[in-house]
Design a binder for this molecule. Structure first.
Ligand code: NAG
Ligand code: NAG
Ligand code: NAG
Length: 135
């Protein structure tokens, strides 16, 4: 009974540490990088919003109504971002970021809105990008 109990404790600790885990990506200036994000359960994706809350209300990247919308895009990302896979195969909504600069350092939020006939699901993922000086 004691070993079953400690196995249960182990599972609880393990699961809680996984759910608080955040993705960390490291890049160097001038590199192209990718911020990984995946739509849960591969359901139809209606909206993909990539934002950096510290930059205000402008988007890093916005996909809505079946197209990329750059009307309210933050100027520092213009021409540098795209979906890594435009087909979003298997719910892949990772962001391709070109020519990284030290100003790109920060916490990015990937918000996915899935819409089905009778439901709407919103999920937010946090991806931390660290930009290190060239070696
Ligand atoms: C980054 O991507 C662009 C366009 O996809 C390419 O032209 C360029 O060579 C890439 N840069 C590096 C450092 O890989
Ligand atoms: C997303 O798609 C890109 C380009 O096809 C691929 O390189 C990357 O590994 C994919 N990421 C995931 C999480 O499937
Ligand atoms: C990459 O960004 C730097 C400054 O941030 C700029 O000087 C350079 O021209 C850019 N390179 C490309 C290939 O766009």
């Amino acid at each position: 009974a004691t070993s079953l109990f400690s196995a249960l404790i182990f599972i609880i600790v393990f699961v809680s540490s996984v759910s608080t885990d955040q993705t960390r990506i490291t890049a160097h200036p001038g590199q192209n990088t990718s911020l990984p994000c995946r739509s849960p359960d591969n359901k139809p994706v209606a909206v993909v919003e990539w934002i950096r809350p510290d930059l205000g209300s402008e988007y890093v990247f916005l996909y809505r109504n079946r197209k990329i919308n750059s009307d309210h895009q933050h100027p520092s990302f213009k021409g540098r971002v795209d979906l890594q896979d435009r087909q979003m195969k298997d719910g892949n909504v990772s962001l391709a970021l070109r020519n990284v600069t030290t100003d790109d350092r920060g916490a990015y939020e990937c918000q996915v809105i899935q819409r089905e006939t009778n439901s709407r699901t919103e999920t937010v993922f946090i991806i931390n990008l660290d930009v290190l000086p060239p070696p």
